[in-house]
Design a binder for this molecule. Structure first.
Ligand code: SF4
Length: 349
């Protein structure tokens, strides 16, 4: 005999989550504010960075740029410097671009309307929903991987998250669970449950408020959810750099605002044909980004003549800096590590 599929009591599940959050929610500093500027900064920092890793960056960033006007007045290179270590530097560039729009178009007041917020550089549906729900109490679910994972496990829902409609699909499920006028809390509760209990690997089902309701848990199929049919494509890429130095100085250049590592500084990427330069050593570094596997080779070139060094710099239209100035510039992580190892004295214990 065919059994009727039980309809979940969405309202009850939403209330259970809030009850759990009131007792178990993480005590994070930005949870004490409804200032859209601070919520925006923290949402952008913690989008691709773990809370433990990003916390010091968040505090330093807010200390240096406490208001949108301060961010607007700063040079983008300084913003990049404060972003050092967080990766995905286009986020920092977009923060700066958005600060310009907020100050010049909105007279320094963060827009309140979801559609207007969505038009700001670097702000997608997740961040717009987080700002609108936390700061203005609007009923928008901030859908991310946590929502996909928790909802598909809880409801035993096999909707394929690589489907282009998955955002719409999970947003409509989440809206059913979201208690009216508690949207900000609900979104933060979902984030905490996904990060601390319903983790990708080894979820703590015994500590979960949904352990009596969760279809995946009750049917012992936790790792069958969420369903994802398409694997993310990884691109292999080879990069070459030239560490050209003379005495206590080296050449660096700034990347343009296209591709990876936008606007960061780097070592020159080719050798000028009209100068006889000898490579004295080469080092290989492997570095993985989310969708790229990079194989990097750094060639070392030592220039003995100060005159030639200046001419090479002119040819490249690069920049001459002293070895001890490298910390003042934002380099991609593998180059930063290479230069620090080569040029800075080891830290004493
Ligand atoms: S019971 Fe387990 S699998 Fe289900 S929502 Fe909770 S932590 Fe996730």
């Amino acid at each position: 005999m065919k059994t009727k599929k039980q309809i979940p009591d969405f309202l009850h599940l939403g209330q259970k989550l809030l009850y759990w959050y009131n007792i178990n929610g993480r005590d994070l500093p930005f949870r004490k504010t409804k200032d859209p500027y601070k919520i925006w900064i923290c949402e952008i920092i913690f989008q691709q960075t773990r809370i433990e890793k990003g916390m010091t960056h968040y505090h330093n960033f807010i200390e240096r740029f406490p208001t949108v006007e301060c961010l607007y007045k700063a040079d983008v290179d300084e913003v990049l410097l404060y972003w050092k270590g967080l990766g995905y530097y286009s986020r920092a560039i977009n923060l700066h671009k958005t600060s310009v729009i907020i100050v010049e178009k909105y007279k320094g007041i963060f827009p309140k309307n979801y559609s207007e917020i969505l038009l700001l550089p670097g702000i997608g549906k997740y961040t717009a929903a987080a700002i609108c729900s936390i700061c203005y109490g609007e009923n928008y679910p901030s859908i991310d991987g946590n929502f996909y994972r928790v909802l598909s496990r809880l409801l035993g829902d096999g909707f394929d998250i690589s489907n282009h409609n998955s955002f719409q699909y999970f947003a409509s499920l989440a809206t059913k669970l979201m208690p009216i006028e508690e949207s900000g809390k609900f979104n933060q509760a979902m984030m905490d449950l996904g990060a601390t209990v319903c983790k990708v690997k080894n979820p703590n089902c015994k500590d979960c408020p949904f352990s009596n309701d969760c279809i995946a848990f009750l049917s012992d199929k936790i790792h069958s959810y969420p369903v994802k049919s398409k694997k993310t494509k990884i691109i292999n890429e080879e990069l070459e750099y030239y560490f050209i130095h003379h005495g206590q100085q080296l050449l660096i250049e700034q990347r343009d605002d296209k591709g990876i590592w936008k606007k960061l500084f780097q070592l020159p990427t080719d050798l000028p044909a009209n100068f006889a330069m000898e490579i004295i050593s080469s080092e290989k570094i492997n570095h993985n980004l989310t969708h790229r596997r990079l194989s990097i080779t750094i060639h070392e070139v030592q220039i003995d003549s100060a005159q030639t060094f200046v001419e090479i710099n002119e040819w490249y239209q690069s920049k001459i800096i002293s070895n001890n100035e490298i910390s003042k510039y934002s380099f991609p992580k593998p180059l930063d590590k290479y230069l620090k190892t080569r040029l800075l004295p080891p830290k004493k214990d």
